[in-house]
Design a protein around this ligand. Structure first.
Ligand SMILES: Cc1ncc(COP(=O)(O)O)c(C=O)c1O
Length: 226
């Protein structure tokens, strides 16, 4: 069975914590895909996951397939500047006004790690706030869960993360403005950034309370109570 072979070469038989299955006997094995459908060892399924987001046009749309094939004919890895990456960057900044500059990375983990570092460098502060149950990848600063209490200094989610690192993260409750306000007070003038899944999708799909998201944006800038 493929999963037995996978377990022999990969910890837990998978290559991402998001695919780790503690309670199921074996994961689905993907074989091919087309449009909205994915074909697995257990039959054809409608794919509501779409690789967690990047396949916004579905599987194998013809124009994308043709463009990828054309580029593969020319070469596939240069580690140098290329015209298509500049065109993609320009297209994103054109369509998303709040995006002024971009750094393309390979994974969500790298993206959040760089965002946290940038926030710390810009603010010259060291503490971040995250929300219990939100997942932001597998670097040390975000693999942190709540200790006891509503707004607390975090404890590591994984062995191998030093307590001293986890203590740079305050953990608050998602969708809970009081807990967010307590966390902001707790972090005080050490707060560099708040990181949040705008629509929490990693412990079920939790629709955000708009007041909560607004508070997450505005609370750190609010004057401290006298
Ligand atoms: C909201 C969010 N941020 C970051 C990540 C980490 O992404 P990656 O697995 O590409 O490192 C994930 C992955 O599930 C995610 O859902």
């Amino acid at each position: 069975m493929l999963f037995e072979r996978a377990k022999a070469v990969f910890p837990g038989g998978v290559n991402s914590p998001a695919r780790a299955l503690k309670h199921l006997p074996a994961p689905l094995v993907a074989q091919r895909a087309e449009g909205a459908y994915i074909y697995t060892d257990r039959g054809r399924l409608i794919d509501l996951c779409m690789a967690f987001g990047p396949l916004i046009l579905g599987h194998r749309p013809r124009p994308v397939l043709e463009a990828v094939k054309a580029w593969l004919e020319r070469g596939w890895l240069y580690a140098m500047l290329t015209e298509p990456e500049v065109e993609l960057g320009e297209a994103i900044t054109r369509h998303v006004p709040s995006v002024q500059k971009i750094r393309f990375v390979n994974s969500g983990t790298e993206a959040t790690m760089n965002a946290v570092r940038l926030a710390r460098a810009y603010t010259k502060r060291d503490v971040i706030i995250k929300f219990d149950g939100n997942f932001h990848g597998s670097h040390d600063y975000v693999l942190v869960k709540a200790g006891s209490g509503a707004a607390t200094w975090g404890t590591p989610t994984s062995a191998g993360i030093p307590q001293d690192v986890a203590r740079l993260t305050v953990v608050a409750r998602y969708n809970d403005v009081d807990s967010l306000q307590r966390a902001v007070r707790e972090a005080g003038d050490r707060l560099a950034a708040i990181i949040v899944e705008p629509v929490a999708a990693n412990y079920g799909l939790i629709i955000p309370d708009l007041d909560f998201l607004k508070a997450a944006r505005e609370e750190p800038d609010a004057p401290a109570p006298c």
